[in-house]
Design a protein around this ligand. Structure first.
Ligand code: NAD
Length: 445
């Protein structure tokens, strides 16, 4: 048995493994294009000083990576986390390229990160970091070049500061679409804050309606465990609960809570707002972050950090379906083990694409200075995600029943008799679209 200590957690290595696996499901792709699509277009590393509230000075490092712009400007969140690395940001920028291509929106892939611990910073320190980071990025971001959004430990307020800084530096233009995920009062879209979590629900419900999993044809009545109770985790919990699921356990960075009959989400949110954690909610059992992933449930939803399900714990997972609401929570080794064990997995590239989809809607609204009502946003979101899930499912089915099986011996050997997984199939659709578009545009000069 493989254990997590012998597993390579390098995010670039992981994204390349996933890419190589997906390419096996593409009938024809030029070798040079494969090499090109594996690499980021540009990586910006910035270092700057920040004056802290007590008068001391700290040195801060930040990254913005553009992976690909074949379909349009770069699009991707900015995360603030002490463990952010350039490699992680590169891998996440690639994921954004595939995500935008899969849901068919006219953006390329990008991502940003700032190495800092938001829990140890005051609001004014965070504002200064955000403004300085934005000014350091200069014209590398912009409404038609690269459009950031919120991610781990960044939010609507962060986006408002980025917009304001960019607007001050670029007067006389409509700069609203330089970022998405802004406050609604400041050009944000109704439904953007909820979009990722609502999307997690739509994708899961549509998938379950295909009746692939015995006894689990809808989220109604399902027992659900969610790791992470931030924007994505908490909204996902609400959407699932509203549609009849029982959320039996959730966790945050400090640990988790469990209740056999289902948690009261309002109580949980109020407790977290007051205490900064869900741990300690009255009449719940406290569990560790490791235990929560291994609890028996129908649907397990990791909605926090990367590499949470790995070779070391994949054999202990006791669920029927894993829904990757967060980015990259399951490693390739774990993918293999889960597949062997017959546990289905819906990948991040489609599951959390609701966020970037409504970001695109926000960008469109900003172009014409309009604001759609919430019903319009939600209807368009559901339609886009259903269409995407159907495309992935149909292609997957084609491979399972053998209609679309790769014909050359080399590819068949590479696939090593593996069953096609939804990650590889979804990625293969996206990679194929970007590769085709590159050739249709014509390689310059
Ligand atoms: P967030 O900052 O709002 O919340 C993160 C949550 O994760 C917090 O509850 C935090 O306590 C928890 N957490 C941190 N470390 C943990 C640990 N070790 N174990 C359990 N929980 C832990 O961030 P978010 O916006 O909800 O993003 C969550 C994930 O979803 C990230 O992977 C992000 O890249 C991805 N994502 C977010 C969006 C979006 O629109 N916000 C869109 C697509 C993907």
């Amino acid at each position: 048995m493989v254990d997590s200590e012998h597993e390579n957690f390098d995010p670039i290595e992981i994204s390349e493994q996933q890419f190589d696996q997906a390419v096996c499901y593409i009938k024809e792709i030029k070798k040079g294009l494969v090499d090109f699509l594996k690499k980021p277009k540009a990586v910006h590393i910035v270092n700057f000083p920040i004056e802290m509230d007590d008068g001391s000075v700290e040195s801060i490092q930040g990254y913005r990576v553009i992976h690909n712009r074949v379909f349009g400007p770069g699009k991707g969140g900015i995360r603030y986390h002490p463990d952010v690395t350039m490699e992680e940001v590169v891998a996440l920028a690639k994921l954004m390229t595939w995500k935008c291509a899969l849901v068919n929106i006219p953006f390329g892939g990008a991502k940003g990160g700032v190495v800092c611990n938001t829990k140890e910073l005051s609001e004014s320190e965070l504002r200064r970091i955000t403004r300085r980071f934005t000014s350091e990025l200069g014209d590398n971001i912009g409404p038609y070049t690269d459009i950031p959004a919120p991610d781990l430990y960044t939010n609507e307020q962060t986006m408002a500061w980025i917009f304001d800084t960019y607007d001050v530096l670029h007067p006389g233009k409509n700069n609203r679409s330089v970022v998405t995920g802004k406050p609604v009062e400041m050009g944000g879209s109704y439904g953007r804050y909820e979009a990722t979590g609502e999307g997690v629900y739509h994708v899961t419900e549509r998938f379950l309606s295909k009746t692939l999993i015995a006894g689990l044809h809808t989220v109604a009545g399902a027992r659900v465990v969610i790791q992470g109770f931030g924007n994505v985790g908490a909204i996902t919990a609400q959407a699932f609960c509203r549609n009849g699921a029982k959320i039996v356990a959730v966790s945050d960075s400090q640990g988790g809570v469990y209740h056999e009959d289902g948690l009261n989400l309002e109580e949980l949110a109020a407790f977290k707002a007051e205490n900064g954690t869900v741990v300690g909610v009255p009449e719940t059992t406290t569990v560790t972050n490791e235990d929560i992933l291994e609890m028996e449930c129908d649907i397990l939803i990791p909605a926090a950090l990367g590499n949470q399900i790995h070779a070391g714990n994949a054999r202990n997972i006791k669920t029927k379906l894993i829904v990757e609401a967060g980015n990259s929570p399951v490693t390739p080794k774990a993918d293999e083990i889960l597949c062997e064990r017959g546990i289905y997995l819906l990948p991040d590239i489609i599951v959390n694409a609701g966020g970037v989809t409504v970001s695109y809607f926000e960008w469109v609204q900003n172009q014409v200075n309009q604001q759609w009502d919430i019903e319009e946003v939600n209807t368009r979101l559901q339609k886009k995600l259903y269409k995407t899930l159907d495309a992935v499912f149909d292609r997957w089915q084609g491979f399972v029943v053998g209609e679309d099986k790769p014909s050359d011996d080399e590819t068949i050997e590479k696939l090593n008799d593996q069953k096609p997984c939804f990650r590889s199939i979804a990625l293969s659709i996206a990679i194929e679209r970007v590769a085709n578009a590159t050739l249709i545009r014509g390689i310059w000069p």
